[in-house]
Design a protein around this ligand. Structure first.
Ligand SMILES: Nc1ncnc2c1ncn2[C@@H]1O[C@H](COP(=O)(O)OP(=O)(O)OP(=O)(O)O)[C@@H](O)[C@H]1O
Ligand code: SF4
Ligand SMILES: [Mg+2]
Length: 328
């Protein structure tokens, strides 16, 4: 039976991007906010992968940081294994929960301390969560972890700059696994890598998921990357979920016009290798988003209602035209 491990409920986060007070007074302007994430809800089953896909600025990293507690929500709640994280956790409960969460970032070079040897980088979670562990046991465990991700125990003496991008991401994965987490948020873990290396890292992550029963939230700007990773996919547009569905259904029968546009923009390998159709229009700014459905300036199905009313997510799709049966 599937069990919900993570439940994201009505999650919103805005950032104050106002000018300093004096500038506002002189220019006669008010405060300005970016609604980076607005009323996003989804749930993730244990042992499965939920992928979040969207263009740059759609709120992907903000959601990742909210889930792992690096940011606080402005509104809404995140429930992990039945425990609400809304008001923060303290003491032993927080510690017990924190060891179950890890995050992997896009740029492993930035997330790995360049002055530390790999053995110390990978052992860091052990020092935090396994305080009683001897140095010798730590080293043995790091050796095991490096082997697990396709590196060698001897690589532990090296520094991050001595590895390729793909190998550095393997190191980041080894570190993430050190404290035996069951839930990992992966924020574009392969976006900085060559396509062939990307595939190797994705396969490694899938193997590790199977072996340890890991649950992933996997973030990407590329729908094709998540196709073979994800059980369910959520498509974000300007901080809101446009559509979410089981991965096969999303690819076979996308409903939201934006999802359709993303899939139409996929390179057509069988024909010419060129894009079939570009994603039309630019993504607007979340500081001053379009009224109603934020996608309306780019949408071929937009009407007056779309310009006026924000569509609610109904049966996994936030679109008036789908709701009205104007498009199938
Ligand atoms: N700390 C912050 N202060 C102000 N604005 C922020 C902050 N963090 C994010 N934003 C804004 O929130 C919006 C969403 O940003 P976010 O980084 O979550 O997008 P993203 O989908 O991860 O984009 P990318 O694909 O470029 O990584 C953007 O408009 C961004 O400028
Ligand atoms: S609500 Fe209207 S503008 Fe938005 S995606 Fe649907 S049809 Fe297009
Ligand atoms: Mg990001």
């Amino acid at each position: 039976m599937t069990k919900t491990l993570l439940d994201v409920r009505d999650l919103s986060r805005r950032f104050d991007v106002s000018q300093p007070w004096l500038n506002r007074k002189i220019e006669g302007t008010g405060k300005r906010f970016v609604n980076a994430v607005t009323e996003v809800s989804f749930s993730v089953n244990q042992g499965e992968t939920f992928a979040l896909v969207g263009e740059s600025g759609s709120g992907k990293s903000t959601i990742a940081k909210l889930i792992v507690g690096l940011l606080k929500p402005s509104h809404g709640d995140i429930v992990f294994d039945g425990i609400s994280l809304k008001d923060g956790l303290k003491g032993a409960k927080a510690r017990a929960l924190r060891r179950r969460f890890q995050m992997i970032f896009q740029d492993p070079l930035a997330s790995l301390n360049p002055r530390w040897r790999v053995v110390d980088i990978v052992a860091e979670p052990l020092r935090v969560f396994e305080r009683g562990m001897s140095n010798r046991d730590q080293r043995l465990r790091v050796g095991e972890l490096l082997t697990l991700v396709g590196l060698a125990p001897e690589d532990g003496v090296k520094f991050p700059h001595q590895f390729s991008g793909g190998q550095r991401q393997r190191i980041a994965i080894a570190r993430a696994l050190a404290a035996n987490p069951d839930f990992i948020v992966c924020d574009e873990p392969t976006s900085a890598l060559d396509v062939s290396v990307q595939a190797q890292i994705l396969n490694l992550m899938k193997d590790l998921q199977k072996e340890f029963g890991l649950t992933y939230v996997f973030i990407s700007h590329n729908l094709q990357v998540v196709r073979h990773m994800a059980n369910d996919i959520g498509v974000l547009y300007l901080g809101r979920l446009a559509e979410f569905a089981e991965a096969g259904a999303l690819f076979d029968a996308p409903k939201h016009p934006y999802t359709r546009m993303l899939l139409d923009a996929v390179p057509d390998i069988e024909m010419t290798g060129r894009r079939r159709k570009q994603v039309e229009g630019e993504i607007p700014s979340p500081i001053d988003p379009p009224s109603g459905c934020a996608f309306h300036p780019r949408c071929p199905f937009a009407n007056d209602r779309c310009k006026r009313d924000v569509p609610l997510v109904i049966n996994g799709v936030a679109c008036h035209a789908v709701e009205e049966g104007r498009i199938g």
